[in-house]
Design a protein around this ligand. Structure first.
Ligand code: PXL
Length: 274
């Protein structure tokens, strides 16, 4: 006899060779929170800790085949979507997740890296809005992504609550807008549902430039939903986890800091050195 499997989470994401963001970050986060991640690679990138040099979307037929083969075999408890890389991939993934309406779906609308390198074009952005937002349990944009995703090309500003309300109107069950890119002294993250603000959490703004904080947060939410938590509770615990991973971040190269998703597994002397 075998032991029962841990909660299984399917990830659609791009590869980041630094393992700071993307697919690799998702796997680390899911593992750290007691899940097993299964991965469909949607894009490859060439990057280091200082920036993204190239992005190549995987052919949409290959994306669909990777997912269909896996889903025919394995029962999953949550799906997490990160960088999809092309309008064709958004359409292919939207068609696949439509066949699993009861599985919680976390959509992280990755449009650019934290440093601002563009990762998705306008066509794919529109497809994300029209095909994936309506199916999502929770969408996790930062404030920049929330505005780009919710507002038309002829509008350049609106309160974040209005952006969230449009995404809810498009069919998302919950929207979590993160405040890392705002100028507020604290980071304010707000969870919205159709009847208004569900929760607002404030975090001490940590110094430094981090790579992969959004991926960590969205994956942590997926892991906690797969573990059976309600959305609001999953969002609270995922923020706590992400903040701890950011506080323990390290700098493997010359550029940005990478959150330590396994902060709890390191020796106590790491804390003393900081
Ligand atoms: O942080 C967003 C992100 C997601 N996925 C991939 C990335 C990045 C940022 O660089 O490279 C593959």
């Amino acid at each position: 006899m075998y032991l029962p499997a841990p909660p299984l989470v399917l990830v659609f994401a791009g590869s980041d060779p630094t393992a700071g963001a993307g697919l690799q970050a998702d796997l680390l986060t899911l593992g750290s929170l007691g899940c097993h991640g299964l991965t469909v690679v949607t894009a490859l990138t060439v990057q280091d800790t200082s920036g993204v040099e190239q992005v190549m979307a995987v052919d949409a037929g290959w994306v669909a085949s990777q997912a269909r083969r896996l889903l025919a075999d394995v029962g999953i408890s949550a799906i997490k979507i990160g960088l999809l890389g092309s309008v064709e991939n958004v359409a292919a993934v939207a068609e696949i997740v439509a066949d699993y309406p009861d599985v919680p779906l976390v959509v992280d609308p990755v449009l650019a890296s934290g440093r601002g390198d563009e990762l998705l074009d306008e066509g794919a952005l529109a497809a994300l809005r029209e095909l994936l937002v309506p199916q999502s349990t929770i969408v996790t944009p930062n404030s920049i992504e929330a505005r780009r995703l919710a507002l038309g090309a002829d509008e350049d500003d609106a309160p974040l609550a209005e952006c969230a309300s449009r995404l809810l109107g498009a069919g998302a069950e919950y929207v979590l807008v993160t405040g890392t890119h705002e100028r507020s002294p604290q980071v304010v993250n707000t969870l919205y549902a159709a009847d208004g603000v569900v929760r607002e959490d404030r975090w001490e703004r940590l110094p430094g430039l981090y790579h992969g904080s959004g991926c960590t947060l969205a994956s942590a939410i997926a892991a906690l939903l797969a573990n059976g938590l309600e959305v609001s509770e999953a969002v609270r615990e995922a923020q706590e986890y992400t903040w701890q991973a950011l506080r323990a971040a390290f700098r493997p190269g010359m550029g940005q800091l990478i959150p330590d998703r396994f902060f709890w597994a390191r020796g106590a002397n790491r804390d003393d050195a900081a």
